[in-house]
Design a protein around this ligand. Structure first.
Ligand code: NAD
Length: 480
């Protein structure tokens, strides 16, 4: 059985204890990862500091960029290998895992190309003064990654951090650490100096806490649940370290009677079943205008009823969920809905060929859900869609904004004025009009408001999070 060691300072490092790696499609153990310790975190941060003070720190931005671009190229070369690692580890249908591998390559390409294009400003003052700004890297950045898109989430924060000149320590989720470790070999092949990219696998409460509290970290990117995000922010606050929090969501897709209903239905279904609903930006609420509620919910039900769920390798509409715990969590919400009399409008189909110990759940459409019910308020993180009625535009806005979250929203209407009003009034990091999660996303700034977090990743906007702005002023009247 494969044993996966830590990656610190350009070499593998053993530990005493190990954590089993499970294949969610079959519920069986396929390997082990090292259970790192706080001492390993310390070694990784020290290695990253040394690389920052040494070869990486002195590399011109264009050369840094070339290394990132080379890493993107190697990821494209090996994308089938990364897709199968991710598919095995997360249970993703193979085609979704392939898309993740390509998206990760795009992050390294996008930010690799940006390395030598980040400039400061000159600021006009009075005659004797010259003022300008420069961006300076934080030094060592920490990246705490969740299990739903392990490779993509890693690329999303590591690539812009490296682009700005930092060195990195990655703590992947304990359920899905394999792709972060596999990437280490590619950083070596690409020619990154040792210590620039370090991976410490292990438990959140052991190595995650040690990393968040480490005094030599200059910035933390945390992607995960609001509960843990707040713990990470508290730990970072003790060292006055800035934190980007990419947390959860309860994102609405708002469908008006005048919308292209066929396109809306396709998007609404896709945005909740992708990655078996384990997506922070899943469209987990569909808000439907009263006059089309029956017609549109019937259309969604028709589409839900033919969705197929099976092992990752079979590449059906949905794979398994990540773990038994996640399965129990989703089932728990479905039980609450049933107990409270919420009707199930449709369920998808579990394949007869599913291995008996895999973590499979039927995609479920719940009808006429009260906007205040728990299934319409809390992040289920599974393929469960709550259909909610609304009366008019202001009712739609109130319901859309009526959860603790604000990550992504979709608005479906052919009325441009209404689309623009909603884009302004919906509290959300992103709003899509007549689309949802469009454009692949690498170029589009992404992040939340309210409990969905703060700070922005993706796009050029992410770069400023990974550096601090220094202002320099020279008075030439007092210079020799
Ligand atoms: P989680 O918060 O349980 O874990 C995230 C990471 O934090 C893991 O690596 C975990 O090991 C680590 N961790 C756990 N305890 C820790 C601690 N005390 N200190 C430091 N680190 C600790 O989240 P999850 O279950 O892996 O992921 C699901 C959540 O992530 C959902 O809420 C989802 O919406 C969110 N998410 C958000 C985004 C986004 O971009 N907004 C993207 C993906 C996932």
């Amino acid at each position: 059985m494969n044993k996966h060691e830590l990656w610190i300072d350009g070499r593998s490092r053993k530990t005493q204890d190990w954590i089993p790696v499970l294949d969610p499609s079959e519920g069986r153990q396929v390997g082990t990862i090292a259970r790192g310790t706080p001492e390993d975190i310390d070694l990784a941060v020290t290695a990253a500091r040394a690389a920052f003070a040494g070869p990486w720190g002195s590399l011109p931005p264009a050369d840094r960029g070339r290394l990132l671009l080379r890493l993107g190229e190697l990821l494209r070369r090996d994308f089938e290998k990364f897709a199968s690692i991710e598919s095995l580890d997360v249970g993703k249908p193979l085609s979704q895992a392939r898309a993740d591998a390509v998206a990760t390559a795009r992050y390294f390409e996008f930010y690799g190309a940006a390395c030598d294009k980040v400039h400061g400003d000159t600021i006009p003052l009075n005659g004797n003064m010259t003022a300008y700004t420069v961006w300076e890297p934080h030094g060592v950045t920490a990246h705490i990654v969740p299990w739903n898109y392990p490779l993509q989430m890693l690329g999303r924060s590591v690539a812009p951090s490296l682009a700005m000149g930092n060195c990195t320590v990655v703590k992947p989720a304990e359920d899905t650490s394999l792709s972060a470790l596999a990437l280490a070999a590619l950083t070596e092949e690409a020619g990154f100096p040792r210590g620039v990219y370090n991976v410490v696998t292990g438990l959140g409460e052991e190595v995650g806490t040690a990393l968040s509290a480490h005094p030599d970290i200059g910035h933390i990117s945390f992607t995960g649940s609001p509960e843990i995000g707040m713990l990470v922010q508290q730990a970072a606050a003790r060292n006055a370290v800035p934190v980007t929090l990419e947390l959860g969501g309860k994102s609405p897709q708002i469908v008006f009677a005048d919308a292209n209903l066929d396109a809306a239905a396709t998007s609404v279904v896709r945005s909740i079943i992708q990655n078996a609903g384990q997506t922070c930006s899943a469209g987990s609420r569909v808000l439907i205008e009263d006059s089309i509620y029956e017609q549109f919910s019937k259309e969604l039900a028709k589409r839900f009823a033919v969705l197929k769920v099976g092992s990752a390798a079979r590449d059906l509409d949905l794979g398994p969920v990540i773990s038994n715990n996640q399965l129990a969590r989703i089932q728990g919400y479905l039980d609450i809905a049933k107990k409270d009399g919420i009707i199930t409008l449709a369920e998808g189909l579990l394949s007869d060929e599913n291995p008996p110990n895999g973590f499979y759940v039927k995609p479920t459409l719940l009808g006429n859900v009260c906007p205040h019910h728990r299934v319409a308020q809390e992040e289920i993180f599974g393929p469960v869609l709550a259909a909610i009625r609304f009366k008019d535009e202001s009712d739609a806005i109130a319901i859309a904004n009526g959860t603790p979250y604000g990550l992504v929203a979709g608005v479906w209407t052919s009325n441009i004025g209404r689309a623009m009003r909603l884009a302004k009034k919906v509290q959300s990091g992103q709003v899509f009009i007549n689309d949802y999660g469009a454009g692949g996303g690498v170029e589009l700034p992404f992040g939340g408001v309210k409990l969905s977090g703060h700070g922005r990743e993706k796009g050029l906007a992410a770069l400023s999070g990974f550096a601090s702005l220094k202002t320099i002023v020279i008075n030439d009247a007092h210079s020799a």
